[in-house]
Ligand binder design. Structure first.
Ligand code: 0X9
Ligand code: ZN
Length: 300
């Protein structure tokens, strides 16, 4: 089992997912959300206490080097399956959970065996390698905040969904989209909670509800360790970014609530967050997730 004080390889994470399903056969099952260029599965877990419930979807690790993202997601899986906390048990029970810790498996493996700060997938384009999988979704594709140069870390690919990872995962999501109440995308870093859209500062249809729910969730996040997150539209809170997952989920699948977490920290370690911070980062995010769902219910 995981100790939450070190980062794990893809192989370790996938074995751990299998172990969790073996230990919780009535509620947990393995799901395959898609595949990668190098032929790996995008492996995840479904947690369900009975058919026909509304769903929460968690996509993490789309950027390979952001190791705190899968680590936090694994912690959430563990809490949903093993916690004795009444509120955690309640959210675990009330929803069907679809959770993918590593949605860029080739990139994640490369950060362990090749280059620690790799971000993109591993597809060769000319002399360069890799598409930014968070610029390749079919929403304002190749708009602001991305690049058509394959050397760039924000290379959008040769077309919307040119990459097998985004193409297969988006199909999986599309096929269950009418059940999703809440979609979360985990990244690092900067301590932000972001809402669509990345190409404009114009408010969303449900901007005020999304902001209110997000701010209250970040209030809950701050209680345990005092960690401050800023809630805002992608374009106003950081920079323009197009072809991102949450924009596509919102624009094309009409999921009401979608958020991108930019996890710890705020510029000291960045993507190289020390493993001692895995547990506190994960705990406070879990606190925020409980509050987010309670607030979404109140307003929804
Ligand atoms: O640039 C990005 O893709 C994200 N920042 S990061 O430093 N993790 O690369 C911000 C994108 C915000 N939008 C979505 N996540 N959809
Ligand atoms: Zn990222």
């Amino acid at each position: 089992s995981m100790q939450w004080d070190s980062y794990y390889t893809l192989e370790d994470i996938n074995t751990w997912l299998d172990d969790m399903v073996l230990a919780h056969p009535d509620t947990a099952s393995i799901i395959i959300g898609g595949r990668s260029h190098e032929g790996r599965d995008i492996k995840g877990i479904r947690i369900s206490h009975g058919a026909g419930k509304r769903a929460v979807f968690i996509e993490s690790g789309i950027h390979a080097r952001e190791w705190i993202s899968p680590a936090t997601t694994n912690f959430i899986i563990n809490e949903l399956l093993t916690s004795d906390d009444e509120e955690v048990k309640m959210i675990a029970n009330d929803y069907d959970w679809y959770i993918f810790p590593v949605t860029n498996p080739d990139g994640y493996v490369w950060t362990h065996v090749g280059y620690r700060l790799w971000r993109k997938n591993r597809v060769p384009y000319g002399n360069n390698i890799g598409v930014d999988l968070n610029r390749n979704w079919n929403s304002n594709w190749l708009g602001l905040g991305t690049s058509s140069n394959s050397l760039s870390n924000t290379f959008a690919g040769r077309g919307p969904f040119s990459e097998v990872e985004t193409r297969t995962l988006s199909e999986f999501i599309k096929n269950m989209a009418d059940r999703i109440d809440l979609y979360l995308s985990f990244h690092s870093s900067g301590q932000l909670l972001l809402i669509p859209y990345g190409n404009t500062t114009d408010p969303l249809d449900n901007y005020y509800d999304a902001m209110k729910i997000g701010r209250r969730a970040m209030g809950a996040l701050s209680v345990r360790y005092g960690t401050q997150y800023t809630t805002g539209n992608i374009a106003e809170a950081i920079y323009y970014a197009t072809g991102t997952s949450i924009d596509w989920i919102k624009e094309h699948l009409h999921v009401p609530l979608v958020y991108c977490y930019e996890l710890r920290d705020r510029g000291v370690y960045g993507h190289l967050l020390p493993p001692e911070q895995i547990r506190p980062t994960s705990e406070e995010v879990m606190d925020s997730l409980v509050e987010m769902i309670l607030q979404a219910r109140r307003l929804g």
